[in-house]
Design a protein around this ligand. Structure first.
Ligand code: CA
Length: 223
């Protein structure tokens, strides 16, 4: 799961980014409306957390442009003004939810999860490949009867693999969906994580599900 955070207040931005990363989300940060809009138009994010008061372009304008361009990524608006008009304009423009500053991180996280869940529930309920299951709502992963404990990052990686069952995923594709823009694709971090995941998913089980496609990347499939 990859989240775009558009927030110009550095303190809030780094606190939210850090918190979300600890929960296993990949987070891209934009410090003004113009940069935020450009990143949002890439269409690689599962959720956008958008501050209303931003330099260059305000959040409402960013949101309006996104919706006009038929981008349906869920948007959680951040506002310091508790004014009814702000909320109404935001929701009318196509925001999915809003949060008034100051907020507790736990509340932001709960709302972010709800929006992500709404999206995943609508798309796919429980993911299943052979006897491997992943439930996006409860975040439970199991192989047959055996529950598998994954770290937040491993979970995101497996979620991406399972949504693309049978499709060869290059390191670039994996980094784009599971890590953020600042991720250095020259490192072997992806291979290391795929190996961790493979140990937990495949060791002691048949059929093997994660396969290496030499020189290209990885594929999750039943062979
Ligand atoms: Ca602001």
């Amino acid at each position: 799961m990859r989240i775009l955070l558009v927030e110009d207040e550095q303190k809030v931005a780094s606190f939210v980014k850090k918190g979300l990363e600890e929960e296993g989300y990949a987070v891209d940060l934009a410090a003004d409306g113009e940069a935020g809009l450009l990143m949002a138009l890439d269409d690689v994010h599962d959720l956008i957390i958008l501050d209303i008061n931003l330099p260059q372009k305000d959040g409402i304008e960013v949101l309006r442009t996104l919706r006009r361009k038929k981008k349906t990524t869920p948007v959680l608006l951040l506002t310091i003004r508790a004014a009814i008009e702000d909320k109404v304009i935001g929701l009318d423009t196509g925001a999915d939810d809003y949060l008034t500053k100051p907020f507790a991180f736990q509340e932001l996280l709960a709302r972010a999860r709800a929006l992500l869940r709404r999206r995943t529930d609508a798309e796919l309920p429980v993911l299943k490949v052979a006897d491997l299951t992943l439930d996006p709502s409860s975040r439970l992963v199991a192989r047959g009867e055996e529950t598998i404990e994954l770290t937040a990052k491993e979970f995101s990686l497996l979620d991406y693999f399972m949504r693309n069952q049978g499709r060869v995923l290059t390191r670039a594709m994996i980094s784009e969906h599971v890590w953020d823009y600042s991720f250095d694709t020259e490192t072997n971090v992806i291979d290391v994580y795929v190996n961790y995941l493979r140990k937990k998913i495949d060791t002691g089980h048949n059929p093997k599900l994660i396969h290496t496609v030499r020189g290209v990347g990885y594929v999750l499939k039943v062979e």
